[in-house]
Design a protein around this ligand. Structure first.
Ligand code: UTP
Length: 293
């Protein structure tokens, strides 16, 4: 099973990080010196993705611009002559011509609806879904780990990246049940539920922002009713698909950061800053000063 396409839903309102997201997309928030969307694009590229599909909405035009070639910047840097490093950074970030598609979700009706908006561009092949506000700090990246697992499994397999959360917080997440273990970090999914009532979760494993799905999910999403929070939930459609296809949970390696929440966003800046050789010492010294205040 070759996964060539990735869908990036970027049409949400980002209310948890207001006012930052009033006029700017959440996916353009920067962690250290890169927008979130660039991190997940790089992760997908590293995983072998060839086509990058963005489901955008109102106020999200800047995401399209971000992946465009910037002639003014390129020519100015070239004219200055001594800015080779910057030029290389820009070139590395740039998708090949024709490797991106942008489609629109006219109203933020939920993640399931956003994924459904990409149906014609994905077509009849398995694909990845990557949520840009969730970053996983690891080498190899989370999506590469998932795609490697998917290629081993083959067939009509669907895969979910899962992570343990504290038992008392399971009601805030999509949770999956654990069936037969295939490896120390992989199992057959035995049931999924979006935001289970307190005390009813089948496990403490939350479904995180990386999925590999078969195209049959689109048929189910087409008629999917609104679920938790009044939104068309991807988890509900996956529950439907699990009646005819297998789902596997992958306990990925790496630290996950929920950058769509204020504490998660701050923590990610510290974690990614500390992972950088050029910034670590300065950041450590600054944090020490604040901790001593
Ligand atoms: P979130 O669940 O974080 O939703 O979406 P949100 O609406 O952006 O944020 P809050 O909860 O109001 O703060 C996860 C990803 O799915 C996209 C978001 O843009 C984000 O990248 N999404 C969500 C859509 O594309 N469409 C939707 O209808 C909902």
């Amino acid at each position: 099973m070759k996964i060539r396409k990735a869908v990036f839903p970027v049409a949400g309102l980002g209310t948890r990080v207001l006012p930052a997201t009033k006029a700017m997309p959440k996916e353009m928030l920067t962690i250290v010196d890169k927008p979130l969307i660039q991190y997940v694009y790089d992760e997908a590229r590293e995983a072998g993705i060839e086509h990058f599909i963005f489901v955008t909405g109102r106020n999200k035009g800047v995401i399209e611009d971000h992946f465009d070639k910037m002639f003014e910047l390129d020519t100015t840097l070239a004219a200055r002559g001594n800015k080779k490093a910057e030029q290389e950074i820009l070139a590395r970030n740039q998708p090949e011509a024709g490797a991106t598609s942008f489609t629109r979700q006219q109203a933020p009706l939920g993640l399931g609806h956003a994924v459904w908006c990409a149906r014609d561009i994905v077509g009849d092949e398995p694909f990845a879904v990557v949520l840009p506000d969730e970053l996983v700090l690891n080498d190899p990246g989370c999506l590469k780990q998932m795609i490697q697992a998917a290629e081993k499994l083959g067939g009509k397999s669907n895969l979910l990246a899962v992570e343990p959360v504290p038992d008392e917080l399971t009601h805030q997440y999509g949770i999956c049940g654990v069936g037969k273990r295939l490896a120390s970090n992989m199992f057959e999914v035995d049931g999924m539920i979006e935001k289970p009532a307190k005390g009813t979760a089948p496990s403490n494993l939350s479904i995180t922002g990386r999925y590999i799905l078969q195209p049959e999910i689109f048929k189910i999403l087409e008629t999917q009713e609104r679920g938790a929070g009044g939104e068309i939930q991807l988890t509900d459609a996956m529950i439907g698909l699990a009646k005819s296809q297998k789902f596997y949970g992958v306990e990925f390696e790496g630290e996950r950061h929920d950058c769509g929440s204020k504490p998660g966003f701050l923590r990610a800046n510290i974690a990614y800053g500390m992972a950088r050789d050029d910034l670590r010492e300065g950041l450590r010294a600054e944090m020490k000063k604040y901790l001593e205040k």
